[in-house]
Design a protein around this ligand. Structure first.
Ligand code: CO
Length: 285
């Protein structure tokens, strides 16, 4: 039977400062634990003032998580301790598994005066916290765009839509990541596995995710869905664009400080001690 998910909570992204002074919007993070399990955080670094981003995210460690960077405009130059270096440009995705540890830097640069994108943190279960670090970088033109009906365009980054599987695979927390654009006054439904955490983050236009209540949501609104097996959404006259993200909850204790997320305080303490004494990186290029 169809059990449509409803908007359980609607939150607004809030302004915060990260890295070396980058102003960004946080859709959810530490204070919302564990409602978004297996997801830890979603940052929105779209900017009207790219100069605010130039300080970037110099050299910093990660352990125990995966990070997903999805660019809409501009580029991010990156370099890490497992020997990767490159730049992520508009439409590209980088899915990085920090596992036992990675040290990297992420430096945003505007292109034609514009800069913007998103970074999602996905938790790793206890068994995989110390897995070997790895990353997948996906260029924009290899991300399939599905148009199930006129006026609807969906970029399938991870997961499967209408038989098409997105290029990001082998994600530990069985996740789905779609960028959905609806033209004016359209509705769309989509199956979502029962029991998975699911949310939508609106990045343009307006619409509603709740057939009965009809809450109006717009840019930088975040909708956390109740459980169910399908998503229902309708755009208003402006159309609507949103990220739809779902994944299987891990349901383990979370101990989180800065860029490191473990299960126990002892593991956190060890991670920071190793970073201080130079033994943090387990895998060298
Ligand atoms: Co980072």
């Amino acid at each position: 039977m169809d059990q449509v998910r409803t908007a359980e909570r609607i939150l607004q992204a809030y302004a915060t400062v990260e890295g070396a002074g980058v102003r960004l919007y946080r859709a959810f993070g530490y204070y919302e634990l564990p409602q978004f399990d297996p997801f830890l955080m979603l940052d929105d670094f779209r900017s009207e003032k790219p100069a605010e981003y130039l300080a970037g995210f110099p050299r910093h460690p990660h352990r125990g998580i995966e990070t997903v960077t999805y660019m809409l405009e501009g580029t991010v130059d990156h370099e890490d301790s497992i020997g990767n270096a490159g730049s992520i440009s508009a439409g590209d995705v980088q899915w990085m598994t920090a596992g036992s540890g990675i040290i990297h830097q992420e430096m945003p640069k505007p292109v034609s005066g514009r800069m913007g994108g998103f970074q999602l943190w996905v938790n790793l279960p206890r068994k995989q916290k110390m897995m070997a670090p790895r990353y997948q970088e996906i260029k924009s033109d290899t991300i399939p765009v599905i148009s199930p009906r006129r006026g609807i365009n969906i970029r399938v980054i991870a997961g499967t839509l209408a038989g098409t599987r997105g290029p990001i695979r082998d994600i530990v927390a069985d996740s789905e990541f779609l960028d959905i654009s609806l033209g004016p006054d359209l509705f769309f439904t989509h199956p979502v596995p029962q029991g998975h955490t699911a949310f939508a983050y609106v990045i343009g236009g307006e619409g509603t995710f709740d057939e009965k209540e009809g809450h109006r949501v717009g840019n930088r609104d975040l909708v956390l869905f109740s459980d169910g097996n399908s998503l229902w959404v309708r755009s208003f006259g402006s159309g609507m664009r949103f990220l739809f993200i779902a994944g299987k909850p891990i349901r383990e204790p979370v101990e989180w400080r800065g860029p490191i997320v473990m299960n126990t305080r002892e593991e956190l303490r060890r991670a920071f001690k190793e970073y201080a004494d130079g033994t943090f990186i387990k895998k060298k290029p």
